[in-house]
Design a protein around this ligand. Structure first.
Ligand code: 13P
Length: 261
């Protein structure tokens, strides 16, 4: 059975002092949770400090981005080797904000996923449609195309290691939530597409998350679906109480799914 995972994407937020405070509280809260995995994605400049605070805890540290090359003259970029040195073992790839503001293409994302896997990272591969696509009724087609492009030429063994996050752009930071039913439809289609690329066994191992305006008072609508394996949380991951409640929700639902598979 897939373990639920809650990932907090801090984006470009928090001072170092606030980041440390949040992580100390989380470390304490998460140590009693065994049914759910937790990861946080702080800005690069805080990684080393936070990795040290979280040593020995069960919280993963995840980078928000990385370049696909190992080293060289790429001013401003961070390589997988550098992140490995910090004991970071997860990375977000293809977030819609990277696609939109930094013009990352599907083929850039495919290169990053391959590079992440080469360095034994778990890539958190983000996909999702904008409002125009959603309103035209082509969301499934759009997301399927992103999945096929991002996962192009990956072996079955590599596909197994990926986490996919379905984040409809129109629901990110807008307070508009994609209903559990609609999110579940796309998540099922993603799993079916991964099955077409590999096998049923592989697709059943891949964790697929929902992201977009998740709050503690709306997430039960998504996490109750057995195919939705967790959440990629933006704004709500910056507030300890909110994030803790979201983790608790996933923890209790996981236990429920285990007793009634
Ligand atoms: P919000 O939860 O702030 O909508 O952000 C979602 C997101 O983009 C996480 O990667």
């Amino acid at each position: 059975m897939r373990k639920k995972i809650i990932i907090g994407n801090w984006k470009m937020n928090l001072s170092l002092a606030d980041a440390q405070d949040l992580v100390f509280k989380l470390k304490n809260q998460v140590k009693t949770k065994s049914a759910v995995e937790v990861a946080i994605c702080p800005p690069y400049v805080y990684l080393l400090t936070l990795v040290n605070i979280l040593k020995g805890s069960n919280i993963h540290i995840c980078a928000q981005n990385m370049f696909h090359k190992e080293n060289g003259a790429y001013t401003g970029e961070i390589s997988p080797e550098m992140l490995t040195d910090l004991h970071v073992n997860m990375v977000i790839v293809g977030h819609s904000e990277r696609r939109q503001y930094f013009h990352e293409t599907d083929s850039d994302i495919n290169l990053k996923i391959k590079s992440a896997l080469k360095f034994s990272f778990t890539p958190i591969f983000c996909v999702g449609e904008d409002l125009k696509v959603r309103e035209s009724g082509k969301a499934e087609e759009w997301v399927k195309r992103q999945i096929l492009a991002g996962l192009k030429d990956l072996s079955k063994i590599d596909l197994e290691k990926i986490i996919v996050a379905y984040e409809p752009i129109w629901a990110i930071g807008t307070g508009k939530i994609c209903s559990g039913e609609d999110a579940n439809k796309i998540v099922k289609m993603i799993r079916e597409t991964i099955k077409e690329l590999s096998t049923n066994i592989v697709s059943e191992k891949v964790r697929i998350l929902y992201g977009g305006s998740i709050k503690s008072d709306n997430f039960s609508e998504h996490i109750k679906y057995p195919d939705i394996d967790g959440g990629l949380v933006g704004g709500a991951s910056l507030k300890f109480e909110e994030f803790a409640k979201i983790i608790d929700l996933a923890d209790s639902v996981h236990a429920l799914h285990q007793s009634h598979p």
